[in-house]
Design a protein. Structure first.
Length: 302
């Protein structure tokens, strides 16, 4: 029994840190790192019942790993630079019945940039009424709302492109906005949810393409969206810039079932990242009525 418990404990901890993440199921399990580490604590308790020494060692290891996961945070950049860009980012959810109220609220919101996901073409008329004096992406017939992406910007959008990576439903939106006299690249993506292995591969391909794009961009860029994977995934290139997740530490942006505590049924799959030259001065997450995703709000300076 002790050998079995030790084997299971080691296996669960290894999977939590990506031992099998090159495979479909292994990667999905890797996304549940927090939940797996909590399971390791329970396994360590069972092991301690059988062997006090081994169980104590396992408890210490599990405690350290779990603490580092749930309390990971590098903090915000303390310095606010000259130009400030305040952003609101949200996966609206296509089936949201509260959108009209939300759109009204957007009009009274003084943020500079709104990044909206799962925006239905059926709401085209309402879209025109949101911040009518702002520049926007998605309203024109030729643009539509590819992958449900809509963007509203206080600053002029001087470049706009939709790039297909694997068919019309897998791609990203690349915009350039003019803030004062500086160009900021905005990349928005919403890869497929990995409900099966084919969609998982499409998600990974899109994330790879966006990672390659960021290497080619200038000194000021922002990438945002519902990435459908977690911050610690091997399929995110976390070394390219600063990630909002690391400024706040552990949080969730999506919950499978509302009645289940976020620490068990929630994941952070909505993200933003910025180039090294941009400072993240604020970042927070709030519930959003009618959606299983939360609102991300952040303030950037450069």
């Amino acid at each position: 029994m002790i050998v079995l418990l030790c084997s299971v404990y080691i296996s669960v901890c290894a999977i939590a840190y990506g031992a099998l993440d090159s495979f479909y199921v292994g990667d999905l399990l890797h996304s549940l790192r927090g939940q797996l580490l909590l399971s390791c604590i329970l396994l360590a308790v069972l092991l301690q019942i059988k062997n006090r020494y081994l169980g104590s060692v396992a408890l210490v290891i599990s405690g350290l790993l779990t603490t580092s996961h749930y309390f990971y945070s590098l903090g915000f950049d303390p310095k606010v630079k000259n130009d400030v860009l305040s952003v609101k980012q949200i996966n609206l959810r296509y089936t949201n019945n509260n959108l009209i109220e939300h759109f009204t609220d957007f009009n009274s919101d003084d943020r500079d940039l709104f990044i909206l996901l799962e925006f239905s073409d059926k709401n085209r008329t309402q879209f025109a009424k949101i911040k009518p004096l702002f520049s926007r992406y998605g309203y024109k017939e030729i643009e539509g709302f590819p992958m449900g992406v809509a963007v509203i910007s206080r600053y002029p959008i001087v470049y706009r492109q939709f790039v297909q990576v694997d068919g019309p439903k897998v791609g990203y939106v690349h915009l350039k906005i003019l803030v004062t006299d500086r160009i900021v690249d905005i990349v928005v993506l919403h890869p497929p949810s990995p409900r099966n292995e084919k969609l998982w591969k499409q998600r990974n391909k899109l994330l790879t393409e966006v990672g390659a794009l960021l290497k080619e961009l200038g000194s000021l860029w922002v990438v945002a969206g519902d990435f459908n994977t977690v911050f610690w995934s091997r399929y995110l290139n976390t070394t390219l810039g600063k990630w909002c997740y690391s400024t706040k530490g552990y949080h969730t942006t999506w919950r499978s079932v509302e009645s289940i505590p976020a620490i068990i049924g929630g994941l952070a799959i909505d993200h933003c990242a910025v180039s090294r030259e941009i400072n993240i001065n604020e970042f927070d997450v709030f519930p959003f009525t009618g959606s299983d995703h939360s609102v991300l709000t952040y303030k950037l300076s450069f």
